[in-house]
Design a protein around this ligand. Structure first.
Ligand SMILES: [Zn+2]
Length: 205
């Protein structure tokens, strides 16, 4: 805890004074353009990897970047997305998976989840990812399968996102775009799903 308190002290004395005007403006309200939905993993730091500032990203995080189907209870995820789309009128929703994801590991080896009934139960929101893994990848090596399943989970969660009528309507009205991303922790690179090529390609060339 100590380094968190020290960090906040540095923020107050060294960072905040230089951004005082920006924060005063933000105190009036937020108008983020993007809802960024990603995993709770400590190594995925949206404002660092996208170099965004306070007020730019409306962020929703949970283990495995899960989005429940319409009508399914799943904590505050649906409420957060609904608020982002309906109240904040975000223009983009980005669903971002990542490498070495604990939820993907759990999906590959659910027998190792002894003593974690909550995680086991949560996995039901991720199981449809298997449907998006093609056969070659399914029979590939461990790393190939992990990456394929993490990619597939992004597509599964996007499909789940589209089951919500407020999302479908906003997309149909042309005021919302959906994006599937994958962040590789070791290289720092983000890939995006290309609808035409039906595969993930680098976001930046
Ligand atoms: Zn994860």
């Amino acid at each position: 805890m100590k380094h968190l308190i020290e960090g906040h002290r540095r923020f107050l004395t060294q960072v905040f004074p230089g951004k005082r005007d920006q924060f005063h403006l933000l105190a009036e309200g937020q108008r983020p353009e993007c809802l960024f939905l990603t995993c709770a993993d400590s190594r995925v730091v949206p404002d660092l990897i996208l170099q965004t500032q306070p007020g730019e990203l409306f962020i929703c995080r949970n283990a495995g970047n899960v989005i429940p189907h319409a009508g399914e209870p799943a904590g505050g995820v649906t409420a957060t997305i609904e608020y982002g789309v309906q109240a904040l009128r975000v223009r983009h929703i980005i669903v971002c998976g990542h490498s070495d994801c604990g939820v993907i590991h759990a999906l590959m080896a659910p027998d190792k989840l002894e003593g974690m009934p909550g995680v086991r139960d949560w996995l039901r929101h991720v199981e449809s990812a298997w449907e998006y893994v093609d056969d070659v990848e399914r029979h590939g090596g461990e790393l190939t399968r992990q990456t394929a399943l993490a990619h597939a989970n992004v597509l599964a969660q996007l499909a789940s996102l589209r089951t919500h009528s407020f999302v479908k309507d906003a997309v149909a009205e042309g005021r919302l775009e959906l994006h599937g991303w994958y962040y590789d922790i070791s290289s720092g690179q983000i890939e995006q799903y290309d609808e035409q090529q039906r595969r993930f390609v680098p976001l930046v060339h």
